[in-house]
Design a binder for this molecule. Structure first.
Ligand SMILES: *[C@@H]1O[C@H](CO)[C@@H](O)[C@H](O)[C@H]1NC(C)=O
Ligand SMILES: *[C@@H]1O[C@H](CO)[C@@H](O)[C@H](O)[C@H]1NC(C)=O
Length: 655
């Protein structure tokens, strides 16, 4: 099945570019070409049947050419549709690379001409949107959704969704910060054959019954959600998701009569909001997503403005009863918290169809999102050079001190996943990072960050009370995901590392097949023990360093391994006692001021923080973090500067 379906999104010319990752599993059967969703549809004349399909037309910038490349005649008319410009070029390239690898039928609407030129050269099914053809249109890149250019973008993209649906395609509108891991075609088409083969590979039977494609077959429109509980998503279906924000960054509109009318109305409402509080400023709406949320709900009913159905179906009647509105299951259409924090799909044994990088922290920008994707091996567009070079790997381990703190709580019958443990952990991680980073620079190696463990979630904004929910984002607590592997933005600022130009890699880097060379394990032994005997070395260590030591001694002792691409430290606690070169020391300590800064961690306390936090912190600690009576922040110092390596350090130490 692969060769045929590969042709859908991209032509052959891009194969060379992305022969990269191949660890994908396409678990459903071959997609047969003639099945159509059963719902009533607008059929353009002479649609599906007559073989043989003509060769796809050259990409001339038209929508039709892109559509016939993405979804040739004879194929199910299902298409993923996204939009992007040069500003999001890297994210778009990642989107396209994933779509190609997963044989996802997709069309890219280029918002500017360079994007069209680049993607069409690569053979992607791309066309020029009306904005690309417009002289002088520029997105100003602000993401507050209120700028004029953003509004015009929203008008354009809803119009394009409506246009493609009107041509008879089931459209999965997708933001560009999404990766498609598997083709959604079988899930959307949901033929008898698709159902038999897993309806898009849902997996285990109970999961299949709850979220298989049949549960959404009747939906004209189905939308993803910002909700966070995979359990409630399973148990309660549409009634759960509808209580929160519906996210149109992943939105299915089927080419049924009702779906077609809805898409046109969505566009019309975004383009010219009818007067009145519901859609027009100042009450509403700065984004197409807001318009969508208001459209489907009936303001005459109590929130959520919809009549909740009996039972636990995945769709209900919405938009004044005119459409069947479904919610795309979280486990298959994963939002950022679900995927990058809860790791929920994996726990359920489900591989998502799509992952949407919502809920990223730091500056919520492409840097943070790219980082999140990289950490899970979902960033496909690094060039070959990225994988070449010499690296120093820092591994994660729980320090004895942290283990003792956790143990203290556990012995008292409390959870070891709490704010005290988390704050201590972050401080320790960054102190270790100081030494590992300094050593990597001294060795001329790029540091590979560890998979740190987090013991308390971090809020997107501090307006919720996380203490009430066992240190989990309110609404996600039933996933019971603590402790979890920290995304970097829970510990540091990826944007600051980028701005400082500090190269680094993530732990997932080591799992990439393009990284070559054996790992040389470095053992660490406290100097006193090292002097007494050299047999305390861990068995797998190729070399043992006495700690603490200075950078010169480390370089000398590691010199035999200078040709090895990968050296690995088991941890970096009390690793360095100083840096020899005064110039390098100054430079490093200046850099550390920027790189080793842990972002403030803040939460609201619904009761007074002095009461709520008494269980965890002393009155002094509570007072130090207080931001008014009902908000508390953990604030962190940058670790102490590294000292000069003089007498008393390392080799020279008089032990
Ligand atoms: C809702 O639908 C009913 C009939 O189906 C119609 O009479 C009414 O005008 C509609 N209301 C709105 C707000 O569209
Ligand atoms: C996610 O869960 C799976 C299955 O439990 C596990 O194998 C994997 O290591 C987890 N990944 C992370 C990042 O926690």
């Amino acid at each position: 099945m692969a060769p045929l379906r590969l042709a859908l999104c991209l032509a052959i010319s891009i194969l060379a570019l992305s022969a990269m990752h191949t660890g994908l599993t396409l678990t459903y059967g071959a997609a047969s070409s003639h099945d159509r969703p059963p719902a009533p549809r607008h059929e353009p004349a002479a649609a599906a049947l007559s073989p043989p399909p003509p060769p796809p037309p050259r990409l001339d910038g038209s929508l039709d050419a892109a559509l016939s490349l993405a979804s040739p005649r004879g194929h199910a008319r299902v298409v993923v549709l996204t939009f992007g410009n040069e500003k999001v070029g890297r994210m778009l390239a990642n989107f396209v690379a994933h779509a190609r690898a997963s044989a996802t039928p997709c069309v890219v609407g280029a918002v500017d001409l360079p994007t069209f030129a680049r993607l069409s050269r690569e053979g992607a099914a791309v066309y020029k949107t009306p904005l690309a053809l417009e002289e002088g249109y520029r997105m100003d890149g602000r993401n507050d959704h209120s700028s004029a250019s953003w509004r015009r973008f929203a008008v354009m993209r809803t119009g394009e969704v409506a246009r493609v649906v009107a041509k008879g395609y089931d459209v999965l509108h997708s933001d560009v910060d999404v990766v498609w891991l598997r083709s959604p075609l079988p899930y959307v088409r949901c033929s008898a054959e698709d159902v038999a083969s897993g309806g898009g590979a849902v997996g285990a039977r109970p999961v299949e019954a709850a979220i298989g494609c049949g549960t959404l077959r009747a939906a004209d429109v189905a939308v993803s959600s910002d909700n966070m509980s995979p359990g409630d998503d399973f148990r309660r279906g549409v009634s759960y998701a509808i209580g929160g924000t519906l996210n149109t960054g992943l939105l299915l509109v089927r080419a049924t009569e009702a779906g077609t009318r809805f898409a046109a109305a969505w566009h019309a409402t975004v383009a010219s909001p009818p007067a009145g509080r519901k859609f027009a400023p100042p009450g509403c709406c700065t984004s197409d997503q807001q318009v969508f949320n208001r459209m489907v709900r009936d303001e005459r009913l109590p929130y959520p403005g919809l009549r909740l159905p009996a039972g636990t179906p995945r769709h209900l009647a919405a938009w004044n009863g005119s459409i069947a509105l479904g919610v795309l299951p979280l486990a298959l259409f994963a939002n950022g918290h679900h995927q990058f924090v809860q790791n929920a799909s994996a726990r359920l044994g489900v591989r998502p169809l799509a992952v949407h990088a919502t809920y990223s922290l730091d500056r919520h920008d492409d840097i943070a999102k790219t980082q999140r994707f990289r950490e899970q091996g979902l960033w496909r567009v690094d060039p070959p050079e990225y994988f070449k070079g010499k690296f120093l790997v820092l591994r994660h381990s729980v320090s004895p001190a942290l283990a003792a703190t956790i143990d203290r709580y556990v012995k008292r019958g409390m959870s070891g996943n709490n704010i005290v443990v988390h704050v201590q952990a972050l401080k320790e991680y960054v102190l270790e990072l100081r030494d590992a980073l300094a050593l990597s620079r001294a060795l001329g190696r790029t540091l590979v960050l560890p998979r740190w463990m987090c013991y308390c979630d971090r809020l997107w904004s501090g307006s919720d009370d996380i203490f009430h929910f066992g240190c989990m984002y309110p609404g996600s607590q039933d996933a019971d995901f603590l402790p979890f592997v920290c995304p970097m933005d829970h510990v540091l600022s990826p944007a600051e590392w980028e701005a400082a130009g500090q190269p680094y890699r993530d732990a997932a880097f080591l799992e990439d097949s393009r990284v070559s060379g054996p790992l040389v394990e470095i053992g660490l032994t406290p100097r006193a023990e090292y002097k007494a005997s050299s047999t305390t070395a861990p068995a797998d260590a190729a070399v043992v360093l006495p700690t603490p030591l200075d950078d010169e001694e480390a370089k000398r002792r590691l010199a035999p391994f200078s040709a090895s691409p990968l050296l690995a430290l088991p941890h970096a606690r009390s690793l360095l006692c100083g840096i020899s070169s005064e110039a390098e020391r100054r430079e490093f300590n200046d850099l550390a001021q920027r790189l080793l800064r842990i972002p403030d961690w803040c939460s609201t306390c619904f009761s007074k923080c002095s009461d709520e936090l008494a269980k965890w912190f002393s009155p002094e600690e509570i007072a130090a973090g207080a931001d008014g009576p009902n908000r508390w922040c953990a604030r962190f110092q940058v670790p102490p500067a590294l000292r000069p390596a003089r007498d008393g350090c390392g080799d020279n130490a008089a032990i």
